[in-house]
Design a protein around this ligand. Sequence first.
Ligand SMILES: Cc1cc2nc3c(=O)[nH]c(=O)nc-3n(C[C@H](O)[C@H](O)[C@H](O)COP(=O)(O)OP(=O)(O)OC[C@H]3O[C@@H](n4cnc5c(N)ncnc54)[C@H](O)[C@@H]3O)c2cc1C
Length: 405
Amino acid sequence: MPSHSGRQVPALDDPAFRLEVQSFLNGLPDLLVDASDPLDATRRYRSALFEAGLAALDYPVEYGGRGLDRRYVEAFRQEASGRMPREIGHVYGIGVDMCLPTIRDHGDAALKERFLRSGLSGEEVWCQLYSEPGAGSDLAGLTTRAVRDGDEWVVTGQKVWTSGAQHSDLGILLARTDWEAPKHRGISMLVLPMRQPGVEVRPLRQMTGVAQFNEVFMDGARIPANWVVGNPGDGWRMAVALLAHERSSIGAGGGRQPIPTDRLIELARHHARTSDPLVRQELADLHIGTRIIRWLNQRDDIHPSITKLWRSRQGRAAAAVAARLAFPGGPAWVGASAGDSEPDGFEDPDGSHWAYGVLDACAHSLGGGTDEIQSNTLGERVLGLPREPAVDRDIPFNQVPGMNG
Ligand SMILES: Cc1cc2nc3c(=O)[nH]c(=O)nc-3n(C[C@H](O)[C@H](O)[C@H](O)COP(=O)(O)OP(=O)(O)OC[C@H]3O[C@@H](n4cnc5c(N)ncnc54)[C@H](O)[C@@H]3O)c2cc1C
């Protein structure tokens, strides 16, 4: 059985590093004072972080990193907790937290040279081209195809739920390159240049009213032949490696946040509900959940699905409490205006963010793999339970009914 015992990450005893981080954080208000919009603010932040040598603490020095260990990453997170200006968004999260670590760990020297520095410094934005209309939880059933044509791959197919594709320069793409190999063995991981005629991005409006994710149509899109992460046909192993980064990042607080408990306490005060024993109990449970997630993240070698599941449950529980406290204002909310940015934060007890947060909470248990899939993963990989039965795992993919290539 694999070891996921969860050792505590040792605390960092390096006051000079902590001062360095604090000094960088102190400069953020001035850096962002005249940012034109959240995208501009996020770009400025990323570029300044890189210039300060704080963007890639655990990356090799030759790619703009500092070559430090995980204690420094954790110390940065501790220092930055609660101090990030609200206008800084998540547009770089998929690149920095998921695609770039996968390239760092599995890409060849040419890929690292081409993509790491530009991604870490914020010159290029990435998206994740995994899910398809017929392949979400069953990701290995994907049917987007990439065919070699001289010095290039030619890609045809459709992706869906692609967060941030509208801002992206590059996409980490899973495509089928061998239809005769079994399902998991004919997939390759490629890097797709998003800004080309063969790629069309169409926004999808969510029930929150904003359009943060998209459909992506590829029709004869072109990729240089050597932009393959790992080897052709080894894409499933790469995909799993990237998903582990995704789940750790979500578990550790990347991307969408559960509604903070202190904001819910304020909301309860505003509605004169702090003496209600049920509300008090729910708020105490949420406080405990926040602490547990924080402690889980201080552990090393813990399976990322554990923290991902905790965050997802916390996100939904916090939204349910918010809905009960904010009623009846929530259902009357008319939705955010067009665009892809969230409404303002949870400071105003009558603000529109409450309804946004309640509706958006469904996404906690979907993005990055559903709760059921995390539980399956834990059952199989951590508890050593038998694999889920599958009739299509070991036969050539083009012999699976309906997949004749
Ligand atoms: C906010 C958000 C952002 C996203 N961003 C991206 C992105 O950037 N890039 C990307 O590629 N994808 C993205 N996704 C897609 C996400 O990864 C998929 O929605 C998710 O993997 C589920 O796939 P599906 O939607 O096709 O649901 P399905 O796979 O059709 O699942 C439907 C239901 O069946 C259950 N189910 C399915 N199979 C099993 C099983 N074997 N055992 C038990 N239960 C099962 C699921 O848990 C779920 O409840 C995003 C999704 C959301 C909500």
